[in-house]
Design a protein around this ligand. Sequence first.
Ligand SMILES: [Zn+2]
Length: 398
Amino acid sequence: MQTCGADCAKKREELFGFIDGKREEMLAFWKELVNHEGRYDEVENLREVAAFLKKGFEEAGFKCELVETGSEFAPVLTGVLGAERKGAPVLFTGHYDTVFKKGTYGDNPFHIENGRAYGPGVLDMKGGIAISLLCAMALNHVGFDARPIRISYAGDEEGDRTVAPNNTVNLLNESSKGCIFAFNMETGVADGGVCIGRKGAADYVVTVKGVAAHPGNAFAKGRNAIEEMAHKILEIQRLTPEDLSYTVSVDLVEGGVSSNTIPDRCQIRIDTRANTNKDAAHIKESIENICAKTYIEGTSTEVTQEGTFPPYETTDGVMKLYGHLVASAEKYGLAVPSKSHLGGASDASRIDAPVLCSCGVPGSGNHTNSEYADVEGFFERAKLLCAAILEADSFAEA
Ligand SMILES: [Zn+2]
């Protein structure tokens, strides 16, 4: 275990003192950010959130840009602090949209009760964005100038990306290139831990076309689309392995028009989840193979893929970064964060650098009215991430 020598102890004292001293200011910023509401599809509201954030980061010295991704979508807020600095940049990523329609919880919904902060998106993930701002301010205060700090915050993460032109994910990917490491500022794990891997998700839609006929007068002419689909459903359901390392589930079925017509159409939707890109590719190929086989001659089958979030894989780079976070926590005398593998997808999968996810405020209840974030955890997290950034040279050398 590394210890904090005299130089380090002085820096630590300055850093922690600054963060503790910014308590009221940062709680006010977090409150205002939460009260600037915006669901993923409320583009005008989201533009106001983005403008508020841009101003906040610019005041901390960032050069920011609101990058348009299409008229139906909120822009991506990108920024860099110290572009001229020599080292490889550190990146903070995430999203500033929420799942809550503006006004769901009345005016000024942010409030604190018994050490917990409440409000739409307080945890998922406006707290995380506010932490990244506090980190930048604290690093400025201690004279950190070794490497640029970048930010990249999307405004459409909670929506249906299948209809989006995918510019956002390309931008997130682009901003991560050349970075030493990245922190995705999503909801922190309730025990104060971070996330080292997430399942990816992809939906498939399968449509069978048959031939409609009257079952009394022309039974032999009919080609029953539901029967054809039934064969396929059973085969698709058998794709999930016993160890559940990936899952495939037919979750919706529609077909037929009445009980006296042989159905000429049947459609299903399939949810699939995988930990690795290899498994995700295997699932795709298996579904396509099943659908390529015809049981009832005269029917045809089409498969389309929708709503894809690639897996956030637990790579060697991810584990090295987790090790670095643990070492930094120990060196600075902070609580060592646990590591979790989670089922829900995130944009950590878009990042082309070692990345940890769930680096935001610890809490729980995302997407529900009981969503809360731990106020103390907000400041602890800022200290931890600053420590990891101050010690980034030892990550580079390891
Ligand atoms: Zn989120």
